[in-house]
Design a binder for this molecule. Structure first.
Ligand SMILES: Cc1cc2nc3c(=O)[nH]c(=O)nc-3n(C[C@H](O)[C@H](O)[C@H](O)COP(=O)(O)O)c2cc1C
Length: 228
C-alpha cells in the first residue's frame, strides 16, 4: 500500500469544464488504483479568496507529489499560475520540505506539442528553486479536441495520451522520473494536423456567426484598414 499524498492543482479558468482537468483526473484515477491518496484543487476559485488560497498553499506544503495541470496561454503558463508559483517559492525561501516531487500536465490549442516546451522549462526551473524533485512535464497539443470530456469518453483520438498517463503513473507513484519515451507518447498528434485545423476553423466560423461577427473575421484593427 502506497500512502503517499498527491495533490492535483487544476490551473485553468475553465475549471471543471477544462481539458486540464480531464487529463489530470485521468492520471489521478490511475494513481488512486496504485494506492495514492488524492486531493484535487482548482486555482481560479482561490484567487482573491484568502481562505481558499491558504487551504491551497497548505495542501501544497503537505503533499508528497504535486501535479500541476494547466493550459498554455500565450506560449506560457496562465498568469495566475505564475503568481502562485512565485508565492510558493517565496514562502519556502530555502526551507522546503524534503522529499516532495512535482510533475506537470500542459495542453495547448495549437496542433504542435512543441509550443509547450517553454512552459515545461519554467515548471522545471520552478521545481529546482522551490525544492521539488521534478519528475517531468507531460505535454500535448490539440487540447481543443478533448474539450471537457473525461478522457475515457474522448474515444480513440486520445489513445496515446491515455496510454502515456497510465504509464507515467507507474513512475510517479514511485517518485521516479517519467521516461522520455512516455513524454514523447503524450505529445503524439491525436489526428492529422489538417483535420484538426479544419474542425477548429469551422468552430471559429460558427462562433463568429453566433455573435454576429462573421463578416468581420478578416478585420485588421491595427493597420487602419478594414476588409469586408
Ligand atoms: C487567452 C488564451 C491564450 C492562449 N494561448 C495559446 C497559445 O499561446 N498557444 C496555444 O497553442 N494555445 C493557446 N490557447 C489555447 C488553449 O491552450 C487551449 O484552448 C487549451 O486546450 C485550453 O485548455 P483548458 O481547457 O485546460 O483551459 C490559448 C487560449 C486562450 C483562451
Amino acid at each position: 500500500m502506497n500512502s503517499r499524498k498527491v495533490l492535483l492543482l487544476v490551473a485553468s479558468p475553465r475549471g471543471a469544464a477544462s481539458t486540464s482537468k480531464s487529463l489530470g483526473e485521468h492520471l489521478l484515477a490511475v494513481l488512486e488504483e496504485r494506492g495514492m491518496a488524492l486531493k484535487t484543487l482548482q486555482l481560479y476559485p482561490a484567487l482573491g479568496d484568502e481562505r481558499k488560497m491558504s487551504e491551497l498553499l497548505g495542501a501544497v506544503d503537505l503533499c508528497d507529489l504535486l501535479v500541476l495541470a494547466f493550459p498554455l496561454y500565450v506560449d506560457q503558463l496562465p498568469a495566475p499560475l505564475i503568481d502562485l508559483l512565485r508565492l510558493v517559492a517565496e514562502r519556502r525561501n530555502g526551507q522546503a520540505r524534503t522529499g516532495q516531487a512535482l510533475a506537470a500536465i500542459v495542453n495547448c490549442g495549437f496542433p504542435e506539442t512543441a509550443h509547450c516546451r517553454p512552459a515545461a522549462d519554467i515548471v522545471r526551473l520552478f521545481s529546482a528553486q522551490a525544492g521539488f524533485r521534478f519528475l517531468g512535464c507531460l505535454a500535448t497539443g490539440m487540447g481543443g479536441a478533448i474539450g471537457n470530456r473525461p478522457l475515457g469518453k474522448a474515444g480513440a483520438i486520445v489513445r496515446h495520451q491515455r496510454r502515456a498517463l497510465d504509464r507515467a503513473a507507474a513512475f510517479l507513484c514511485e517518485s521516479r522520473e517519467i521516461p522520455a519515451d512516455v513524454l514523447a507518447l503524450m505529445g503524439r498528434a491525436m489526428m492529422p494536423r489538417w483535420f484538426y485545423n479544419f474542425v477548429a476553423d469551422r468552430g471559429w466560423k460558427k462562433a463568429a456567426k453566433k455573435y454576429g461577427t462573421a463578416n468581420r473575421l478578416f478585420d485588421r484593427h491595427y493597420d487602419g484598414r478594414q476588409e469586408t
